[in-house]
Design a protein around this ligand. Structure first.
Ligand code: PMT
Length: 399
């Protein structure tokens, strides 16, 4: 089945002898109905010309990071946002190394770093380069980031040697991408729900109690679910974050509103509870602003535990329920306790006493506690990347 019709492919061509095969990739993608925008690295231009690429793709060819004309038309961010996926073919050892270290010294590497789309690499290089320990480490890193590696194949190389390192043939690369689009269509049947941000529990019309949370981690998870084809609902407490295109955003203020919105949006296949829900609410909320006094006592009562209630729901429990645990001490013990008491499948625990991760930061470092008692430590990384890792584990679990 042809899944390419109307798809927008951003093709990055690096400087290797296999670059000539990328012309065939463009030809096949166009023949199958895709739109193709292309980026040539500086070295790629030594192997193929922008004119031949432009003629085949019927599009402008991008190359320079600081090209004022192109930047005003389509900058490195818009190029990634335009695409349905990014394909790097051929991916040279140099580009693989650069993106595994997060470098951004040309248009191609900057786009990859700024990308919010799935990235596919078709490596091509000499067998010794492919087998070099540093290249192997870089590939391993990229796989962990969730990048998909196509090939390389074993065979005779342009340099006269034989071994693994040949770029996968264009038609096989297209077959790989076609399967990916097919699986995305299947994933579309999956529904996801994410809670994010804090809740505000009002004392009077002016004052409230709350928990710390910017919502960043939950929004990144919703973004990644959407990117991977899930029909996604995001139930968000008050945050300063922008809505995510094509994600059903439901804004709430209190824990009770969050709980009701969650119930109204079931059933789903996966529910991920990253919100920092206030455990307590004020028992007798005043309708008018309370006048200042020397002392004031607040009478609090417990809020519904959204995660525990959904996780223990008789008929509406999602196939996979994932909670978070924000801990300042005894991370292991408290997380295991939450896993069992809240009946979750996984608890994702972060140590929020570390100021460089957790609340507000763009980074997080977590341990995943699974129902089968195993624990997986995930190193410090951007919340967006962690979101991708969590979502690829969810996809694996659901399939
Ligand atoms: O929002 P950011 O600034 O990006 O920060 C991310 C984060 C630190 C808030 C996030 O990674 C995180 O840890 N979220 C959970 C925070 C929390 O309240 O943890 P908890 O240990 O108190 O709660 C455990 C679990 O129960 C959580 O999944 C929570 O959403 C859920 N819960 C708690 C209380 C309640 N009444 N209802 C719930 O659903």
């Amino acid at each position: 089945m042809n899944n390419f019709k109307g798809k927008k492919i951003l093709l990055i061509i690096c400087g290797g002898i296999a670059a000539y095969k990328s012309l065939e990739i463009i030809r096949l993608l166009k023949k199958n109905g895709s739109f193709v925008k292309t980026i040539l690295t500086k070295n790629a231009k030594k192997f193929i010309t922008p004119l031949s690429v432009a003629s085949l793709s019927q599009e402008k060819v991008y190359s320079d990071l600081f090209d004022h004309k192109n930047e005003s038309e389509m900058d490195h961010i818009s190029l990634s946002r335009w695409s349905d996926l990014i394909l790097i073919a051929p991916a040279t050892a140099n580009t693989i190394a650069k993106i595994s270290y997060g470098m951004a010294d040309d248009l191609a590497s900057t786009i990859v770093l700024a990308a919010n789309k799935n990235i596919f690499l078709a490596p091509a290089m000499n067998v010794r380069m492919w087998e070099h320990i540093s290249n192997k480490e870089n590939i391993k890193k990229l796989k962990n980031f969730g990048y998909k590696i196509i090939g390389p194949e074993i065979g005779d190389m342009a340099c006269g040697e034989f071994g693994e390192g040949k770029m996968t043939e264009p038609q096989s690369i297209l077959n790989f991408l076609n399967n990916y689009f097919e699986s995305t269509k299947k994933k579309n049947k999956y529904k996801a729900l994410v809670t994010a941000g804090p809740t505000h529990e009002y004392i009077d019309p002016v004052r409230y109690i709350s928990n710390r949370s910017s919502g960043k981690q939950g929004y990144e998870i919703a973004k990644s679910l959407k990117k991977n084809g899930f029909d996604t609902t995001l139930i968000s407490g008050p945050t300063n974050l922008e809505p995510i295109p094509e994600v059903n955003l439901i804004k709430v203020r209190s824990a009770e509103e969050m709980y009701n919105a969650t119930l109204e949006n079931l059933p789903v296949d996966v529910a991920i509870f990253s919100a920092a829900v206030s455990d307590y609410k004020v028992k007798n909320k005043e309708n008018e602003k309370i006048k200042k006094k020397d002392f004031m006592n607040l009478n609090l009562e417990k809020n519904p535990d959204i995660l525990a209630n959904i996780s223990k729901h008789n008929s509406l429990r999602p196939k996979i329920v994932i909670g978070f645990a924000a801990e300042t001490n005894n991370l292991n013990k408290n997380s295991k306790k939450k896993l069992s008491e809240k009946n979750c499948d996984w608890i994702i625990a972060n140590n929020v006493s570390d100021k460089s991760i957790g609340f507000d930061s763009d980074f997080n470092e977590v341990s995943i506690f699974y129902k089968n008692n195993s624990i997986e430590k995930i190193p410090k990384m951007k919340k967006s990347l962690l979101a991708d890792q969590i979502v690829s584990k969810v996809i694996y679990y659901l399939n």
